[in-house]
Write a protein that binds this ligand. Structure first.
Ligand code: HAM
Length: 420
């Protein structure tokens, strides 16, 4: 063991479990790729100001959780705590929005960093797959994204998740609501910190998990009752489209997200098997973000699904992903000549698209067959001096145990045909 350990709040993905993470990422990406989303990759760090302005100066993410640092050259950077601000920054910087083809639909997959108090499902380094549709105000786009996330989760075999849906209004109606909520909150028995929060960001108080606070919020005014006609119509349309697609959701008038850029549609995917860190994904519309980071008006919508928590959700539901063994053929050479012959066969198999592996390190028959079993390979090819003298190798079906001699020159074609 080395003296070093993975930093607090982080963990390593190791085989065989790491295969689940790859499968989850692929399953989330698949419906996006099939729906016109192009892949985007942005740097792991950005100018710290991008997140301060985009995610919000008063959010926990910016005030407490950001890995911000100054470089030797004096730049103020931060490890990305989320993807939306970066993706929009990149789209604006490359003028993707000016190609006359809106919305710009993008998907991404990567690592994100938040200095949070670690616990199960909450890490300082975690991974998301996300999607952003930039530059269109169309309820069908909000609906599309929610439907695609639902489809991704169902394709993984998940069923115990729920979709919580809300509208946060727009710049017309939200300020009116905000003032009403502030008036209400000032009349409550709250600690100083919470009162300060009520001044800066009153909607966030609705999200306070403490029972003594929640108890006082039962009669809080709801944004739902303050939505302007345009926001109500927009939200009704989103709800109708999702319903028509057969995707079940719950209206959650108290759903507030931890990032400041949201307007109108907001949603969260929660899983009931995860305890307190139940949000497996979330997103919504962010019509004002582009202007907040110096761009033109570009109404947009997106989501990000947490890969770590999605894997935990699979475990909570006892879903076993159908992950085919990565190796189909395992070669076991006995002796020097066999090593050369079988190594060449393995190379040839690989060139022909057959996944093959080899018993390295001069193992004896017993140890090598153990490796063959561990690899999950359907077939083993075993050869010793006597086999080669007869021009054959032994082909063993690892499932049935059946073994027979096949000509050295026929083995590749035989395996190709057997593996179909
Ligand atoms: P978020 O709700 O902050 O939204 O994160 C989305 C998902 O990332 C969460 O639901 C959770 O599964 C996962 N996640 C967040 N923090 C952690 C953590 N500390 N440990 C493990 N998993 C975590 C966003 O990031 C927005 N950018 C989503 C979005 C995209 N909105 C519009 N477009």
């Amino acid at each position: 063991m080395s003296t070093f350990k993975a930093p607090k709040g982080t963990y390593d993905l190791l085989p065989p479990d790491s295969a689940k993470y790859l499968a989850v990422r692929a399953a989330i990406a698949a419906p996006l790729r099939d729906s016109g989303y192009g892949y985007i990759e942005t740097p792991g760090f950005e100018n710290v100001e991008l997140f301060a302005r985009g995610v919000g100066e008063s959010t926990d993410i910016v005030t407490k959780e950001m890995y911000a640092f100054e470089t030797k050259g004096g730049d103020r950077l931060a490890l990305r705590p989320e993807g939306t601000a970066s993706v929009l920054r990149a789209a604006l910087e490359s003028n993707l929005h000016k190609t006359g083809n809106l919305p710009v639909k993008l998907w991404y997959s990567g690592s994100y960093y938040r200095y949070e108090r670690p616990q199960k499902g909450r890490y300082r380094h975690f991974s998301q797959v996300g999607a952003e549709a930039i530059g269109a105000e169309d309820p069908a786009l909000d609906a599309e994204l929610i439907i695609l996330a639902d489809q991704a989760y169902r394709s993984l075999g998940l069923s115990r998740f729920r979709i919580l849906l809300n509208s946060l209004g727009d710049k017309e109606c939200r300020p009116v609501y905000r003032a009403a909520l502030q008036g209400f909150l000032r009349g409550l028995d709250l600690d100083e910190d919470t009162l300060r929060r009520a001044d800066i960001n009153p909607l966030r108080v609705l999200d306070d998990k403490r029972p003594e606070v929640q108890k006082q919020l039962t009669d809080a005014p709801l944004l739902r009752d303050y939505l302007c006609d345009a926001c109500t119509a927009y939200h009704d349309e989103v709800r109708e489209l999702i319903t028509a697609a057969g995707v079940a959701f719950e209206d959650d008038p108290k759903l507030v997200r931890g990032l400041d850029y949201y307007t109108r549609t907001t949603f969260e995917f929660v899983h009931d098997g995860l305890g307190s860190q139940s949000a497996v994904g979330g997103g919504g519309r962010y019509d004002g973000l582009s202007e907040m980071i110096g761009g033109p008006a570009l109404p947009s919508v997106g989501w990000a699904l947490g890969v770590d928590r999605t894997v935990l959700a699979l475990e909570a539901e006892g879903v076993e992903l159908d992950l085919p063994a990565t190796t189909s053929v395992f070669a076991v050479p006995l002796g020097e000549e066999a090593r050369r012959v079988l190594f060449a066969k393995v190379t040839e198999l690989r060139k022909n698209g057959v996944a093959a592996d080899f018993a390295y390190g001069g193992k004896g028959l017993k140890g090598a067959m153990k490796s063959a079993h561990r690899s999950g390979a359907r077939y083993a090819i075993v050869a010793g001096e006597r086999d080669l003298a007869e021009g054959v190798v032994q082909l063993k079906d690892m499932e049935s145990g059946e073994q027979r001699a096949i000509g050295v020159n026929e083995i590749v074609a035989e395996l190709e045909s057997r593996l179909g």
